[in-house]
Write a protein that binds this ligand. Sequence first.
Ligand code: ATP
Length: 370
Amino acid sequence: MIPQKTILENLRTYDMEKIAIATLCSHSALQIFHGAKLEGFRTIGICTPDRREFYESYPRARPDVFIEVKKYSDVLSGKVQQELMEENAVVVPHGSFVEYVGAANLEDEFQVPMFGNRRSLQWEGSRKKVREWMQKAGCNVPKEFKKPQDIDTICIVKFSGAKGGKGFFLTTDERDYRKKMEEKIKQKIVSQEDAEHATIQEFINGVRYYYHYFYSPLEKDAEGKRGRVELLSMDKRLESNVEEIYRILAAGTLQELNLNPTYVVTGNAPQTIRESLLPEVYRIGKRVEEASQKLFGGMTGPYCVESVVTPDLRIFAFEISARIVAGTNLFPEGSFLSPYLFGEPMSTGRRIARELKNGLKQNALEKLVY
Ligand code: ATP
């Protein structure tokens, strides 16, 4: 892990009048560039040739500078890193950035200042650590089973890494588990190693909500203490094929058709939640932030808690992302909550840029990057 000291030394070589916001052209890049432009920043898009045309087609979100790479992991090359630093770039990491480049590579090799605390990548990338974090934050979490023999309820079986639900399956007992796992390995959907490290988790039946928070170390909270958690928006992921699997049921039951639901993310849909649940949703965000302070020095900027709300209105958290999530793309002009915080359209992308702008004004950029 590159020490924060080294990254801050790199930041000190920057021309503070010319800070640029950079990210990979994927995931939530349009939103990040759009927000950065609204806040008056120059923008840099790291792009593969096949995607350039698309990112050039939206004038209000088009990066001012393109750095072309053959593949996204080339962002680690000395040349690209140097170019970014010469451009005074602060990089905003997003889900695809972490997926394509690799959390460990970012931690150990990427010298360019990034928005937020890069230590959080280790935590959000490990299911075990995320569980510890959620428990420390006092969240209700689904039960987990160490061995397939222990399964005593409907379970979802998950594999490691940010695979967006790829390969996940439902099971009800050990026999069914072994049969389905063998099929997955045979079809090369999961590797033997992934299978050995699978997580067997109680399937929570209810409605899913993915809450988008932002933590600002610069703002003050309602009690006047430094550090504010903002609940900006929420979404629900659209996952194939579970989302619309009911459409096939006219042909027979899932068992008759030998079909299993799958959970591959294909998009996102906006959500609201009943107002009586909002105080608890807000508290979850606060507690997750407070726990992150204790575990790894805290998060700065956007994060997300993924949850299921059950019919008795309990909120079960099953995942944390310590960065901007793609569900925020639904709200480039703000959400049903952001007008109560800001008197102008505020997306998560713009909120990041606003924080950097405030950091520059207050000479406190070092609190915001690592
Ligand atoms: P990502 O890293 O992209 O968030 P992931 O690989 O960590 O994905 P999860 O987010 O944990 O996977 O789960 C993927 C999907 O599986 C969820 O969006 C949700 O639909 C479903 N899911 C996961 N855990 C549960 C659970 N305990 N109960 C019900 N559904 C679940």
